[in-house]
Design a protein. Structure first.
Length: 255
């Protein structure tokens, strides 16, 4: 037999097997790294594809509304405790700030009107911003009214004195002290206290002090009514008098 036909020894066979295993391991490593053909492996094909976020910033809108009943000056509105606007007359108003859809908005009264003094309230003034301008905010203003009082002094007896305010709202006074007319007067309007009827038991004359003016932003409490006993002149006619004459006033008649 030739040399090529000689049987392999056990050591040669083991060496050949080791070479084959090493070659196989090398090929597998190259396949896992993609070094052979640059193609994607099975694991690459099954990996999920991440999508890029397409979310955009929410749109923003304005807050608008209208004022009704405003007579005074100085009304100021505020949005979300920040932006303020002054309103001089009835009609529409609009804040400049833009509020994102879904965000809170709140309209409040920052300063109430005066001259005349008024109280304004906000309707539909808060909520979440929609996908369009808010336009239904309503601010309603009404004029405040205040009490008119007068203090009476010097009154004798228990009846007869009647006071009036603005030619009406009669107030009967039975004793000294402070009294209030039943009908309040609106801010900016006039008041005028007068004596409709004077006391009769005894007869007195009552005068009014600080009884005329314009209602501001508080109750009127400065008016004063002072009553005093009326005085009369006494005339006596005599005839044939030769001596002294004694005249007694308010004395009892002789029996």
């Amino acid at each position: 037999m030739g040399a090529q036909d000689l049987p392999l020894s056990k050591s040669d066979t083991a060496k050949n097997v080791a070479k084959i295993l090493m070659l196989s391991a090398t090929l597998l490593a190259l396949g896992a790294c993609g070094g052979g053909g640059g193609g994607a492996s099975a694991s690459d094909a099954s990996a999920p594809v991440q999508e890029q976020s397409t979310a955009s910033t929410p749109a923003s809108f304005k807050v608008r509304g209208a004022v009704k009943g405003l007579l005074g000056s100085g009304l100021a509105l505020q949005l979300n405790g920040a932006e303020s606007i002054n309103v001089a007359a009835d009609g529409g108003f609009e804040f400049l700030a833009l509020i994102q859809t879904g965000a809170d908005y709140s309209v409040a009264i920052k300063t109430q009107p005066n001259a005349p003094t008024q109280t304004c309230t906000v309707n539909h003034g808060s909520g979440l911003m929609a996908s369009q301008d808010i336009s239904n905010v309503a601010v309603i203003c009404s004029t405040n009214s205040y009490n008119v009082s007068a203090e009476v002094s010097g009154l004798l007896g228990t009846g007869g004195l009647v006071l009036q305010n603005n030619a009406g709202d009669d107030l009967a006074v039975m004793e000294n002290g402070k009294f209030t007319f039943s009908m309040p007067v609106a801010s900016g309007a006039a008041y005028a206290i007068t004596v409709k009827a004077s006391p009769t038991g005894p007869v007195q004359q009552c005068s009014v002090f600080n009884g005329v003016g314009i209602i501001g932003g508080a109750d009127v409490q400065s008016a004063r009514i002072h009553c005093s006993v009326s005085s009369f002149n006494l005339g006596v006619t005599t005839t044939g008098l030769k001596g002294n004459l004694l005249v007694a006033v308010n004395s009892s008649s002789p029996s």
